[in-house]
Design a protein around this ligand. Structure first.
Ligand SMILES: Nc1ncnc2c1ncn2[C@@H]1O[C@H](COP(=O)(O)OP(=O)(O)O)[C@@H](O)[C@H]1O
Ligand SMILES: [Mg+2]
Length: 279
């Protein structure tokens, strides 16, 4: 198991109305290169804070303690070396981490054609010419299986369904070839069938591009369908971490058991099938 990122003693505090809110408390966690890792927990447990800390997107009102060490192969080298510290918090940029939010409208520009938006990511980060970047955008629209990729290039976000918009947001997130894809409640605003399709899409793209996945959800069933390991958060603390089968089948913590019991009808086997639909 090679770590892609090693999070140590990470504490994040927000300052709000003159008082401090500790959103993450002394979290230590390795993200293994190439794994699909899910973060689950109730609303307010610190999942998004962890995602934002990893991506370097925390608001200026936050205070970060602890560190995140990255082990990315330098260009042209095979050895992995720590390249970023969170102690003096210098996060990686958008090239190495792709981020998908719950609301695709938050990451898509409503007045720009989607082909151009995806192409801009590739153009900015990959040093391509504009025609090359645009060709890459078209290829990505094919890969996310929009019905008519050629005309989708010129479509505006409002012309797409919610599921299609999220597909486009995912295409933009992976356009620069990130090592790590973070999906924070990326399916939570969608109905059940579309959720399963997006989960299947994420699974396929991650496999095709050899990305590491951090899948964040309050929905344990979806997390279990997609992830190899699950980390359970409560009140800003990591309470349990294990293989999906162990977390779902034999959780060590009463809190995890309670989360599972609250997830009506949870049964790991059909769930795994559910995510296999319609990538
Ligand atoms: N920008 C912010 N300013 C102040 N408090 C915040 C901010 N973002 C999140 N919080 C607080 O931090 C805690 C964790 O929130 P969050 O990471 O969004 O949890 P989750 O994603 O699991 O719902 C909550 O108490 C939330 O109210
Ligand atoms: Mg959240």
């Amino acid at each position: 198991m090679t770590a892609l990122a090693s999070i140590r003693d990470l504490t994040v505090t927000y300052r709000r109305d003159g008082s401090d809110v500790a959103a993450l408390k002394h979290v230590s966690l390795d993200i293994v290169a190439g794994e699909r890792l899910a973060i689950i927990g109730e609303s307010g447990s610190g999942k998004s804070t962890l995602a934002l800390a990893i991506a370097g997107l925390l608001p200026a009102s936050s205070r970060v303690e602890g560190r995140i060490d990255w082990f990315l192969p330098p260009l042209g080298a095979r050895d992995r070396q720590p390249s970023t510290l969170a102690g003096d918090y210098k996060p990686l940029g958008g090239r190495d981490i792709g981020f998908v939010f719950q609301d695709p409208s938050a990451s898509l520009d409503p007045v720009m054609a989607v082909g151009k938006q995806i192409a801009e990511v590739a153009y900015t980060h990959l040093g391509l010419t504009w025609p090359q970047a645009y060709a890459k955008a078209k290829n990505l629209l094919e890969r996310i299986r929009l019905p008519d990729p050629e005309s989708a290039l010129r479509a505006f976000p409002h012309q797409l369904s919610g599921g299609q918009k999220q597909r486009v947001a995912i295409a933009a997130a992976i356009a620069a070839g990130p090592k790590l894809l973070i999906a924070d409640e990326a399916t939570s605003a969608l109905d059940t069938i579309v959720q399963a399709e997006i989960v299947a899409l994420i699974r396929r793209l991650v496999a095709e591009d050899g990305m590491t996945l951090l899948f964040i959800s309050h929905d344990i069933a979806l997390a279990a369908a997609l992830a190899e390991r699950i980390a359970v958060f409560r009140h800003g603390k990591l309470v349990e971490l294990g293989e999906t089968a162990q977390i779902v089948g034999a959780p060590a913590q009463a809190y995890t058991r309670a989360l599972l019991d609250a997830d009506i009808g949870l049964d790991a086997a059909p769930l795994v099938g559910r995510a296999g639909l319609n990538a």
